[in-house]
Design a protein around this ligand. Structure first.
Ligand SMILES: *Cc1c(COP(=O)(O)O)cnc(C)c1O
Length: 368
């Protein structure tokens, strides 16, 4: 994946997704808990990386359990993964039972209404075979899931078997901050919950959760972000391999005199004579406008600051220090020293938002 390989003519930028790195990351995370199964969260079109390439690659590597957010994402995943267990995190919307059953999807039931609706549908089925589902227990997020007390009150209730519950899960509030006392509190509450449902599998850990002590690991890991190269342990060296690389074509290079500005509303002024390069990529491609005057791109390995406001289709770089900058060359916006976490920081957001915002206008290249 060299930065000198030009973007195909007619396109502004290329997004390269390294499926071998993705699979290596899945194996690294799986090794954090060798006695647990390692699933994969592939919601939001596999964090912007493309479900249709990502899901089969993980399946071929041995991943058997997948999580998406929406029923529609589950249906798309089912077409790619005829035999996988696919859980739908956002639960069971009204009147969706038939679609879930028809596609063999497993709702993550997030309140009593969803639980009883799913169980009632199983009662009416001929033959009366329940379709599997998960029970989501809320241990602190106050977002989705039954409160712990409500879940404990359901222990031993026949509705759990009638609904085909095969997994009990919860979600960590601050897993990427290992010192946050919330982690231990949630882990303790979740231990009580799983003890009340003997025989069910249990899942608590997202990417960062797989790096916490044993308390978070249980039977099934649910990493998403780290599969795609995000650092599950912020503040420490990133153990994950980078998965995405974003490169844009340099359209032209110009020299400006001291005092000249660039871009809309003249939000940058040259402190001295500067060389500027204009890239064929902008916020319409999913590169965040909030990185104006704060982000960087690499030209021939040299970090070059983004100057002025990012436009819809164009970004201006100060390439004074980059002798390789030339018309038809490329600049790397994500890749090498510019990992998704640092791009997120420069844009005042998180790497998750950078990934899931990746646009559809690039040429996309998948490498095995
Ligand atoms: C998105 C999500 C995950 C994956 O989280 P990452 O931080 O991306 O690893 C796991 N569990 C639930 C419930 C989620 O919503």
């Amino acid at each position: 994946m060299s930065g000198d390989n030009p973007v195909p003519t007619g396109h502004g930028a290329r997004l390269t997704v390294d499926l071998a790195a993705l699979v290596a990351n899945w194996r690294t995370l799986a090794a954090h808990a060798p006695r647990a199964e390692c699933g994969a969260v592939v919601k939001a079109d596999a964090y912007g990386c493309g479900l249709s390439a990502v899901a089969p690659a993980l399946w071929r590597a041995g991943c058997r359990t997948f999580f998406v957010a929406h029923l529609s994402e589950g249906i798309a995943a089912r077409r790619l993964l005829p035999e996988a267990a696919i859980y739908v995190l956002n639960g069971l919307p009204p009147d969706s039972v038939e679609a879930f059953r028809a596609h063999g999807l497993r709702p993550v039931l997030g309140d009593r209404n969803e639980l009883f609706e799913w169980a009632a549908a199983a009662d009416g089925a001929v033959p009366a075979a329940p379709h599997p589902a998960a029970l989501h227990v809320d241990t602190g997020m106050n977002r989705l899931g039954l409160p712990v007390a409500e879940a404990l009150a359901l222990a031993g209730d026949p509705v759990i078997a009638r609904a085909g519950i095969d997994l009990v899960m919860s979600h960590l509030v601050s897993a990427e901050q290992p010192d946050d006392p919330l982690n231990a509190r949630q882990a303790a509450d979740f231990r009580r919950v799983r003890a009340a449902f003997p025989g069910l599998r249990a899942s608590l850990a997202n990417s960062s959760g797989t790096c916490l002590a044993d308390a978070a690991r249980h039977d099934l890991l649910r990493p998403g972000y780290a599969l795609f190269g995000g650092n599950p342990e912020p503040g420490r060296p990133n153990p994950m391999r980078p998965v995405v690389r974003l490169e844009a074509t340099i359209l032209q290079v110009r020299t400006v005199a001291a005092g000249e500005s660039c871009g809309y509303n003249a939000r940058w002024q040259a402190p001295a004579p500067r060389r500027l390069a204009t890239l064929s990529l902008g916020y319409a491609d999913g590169y965040p406008r909030s990185a104006s005057n704060s982000g960087h791109a690499l030209v021939g390995g040299v970090p070059c600051p983004i100057v002025g406001l990012i436009s819809m289709d164009l970004i201006i770089l100060d390439v004074t220090e980059a002798p390789d900058a030339r018309r038809g060359g490329t600049a790397t916006l994500i890749g090498d020293s510019l990992d998704i976490d640092s791009v997120g920081r420069a844009a005042g957001t998180i790497g998750y938002e950078i990934l899931t915002g990746l646009g559809s206008r690039y040429v996309r290249t998948y490498v095995e």
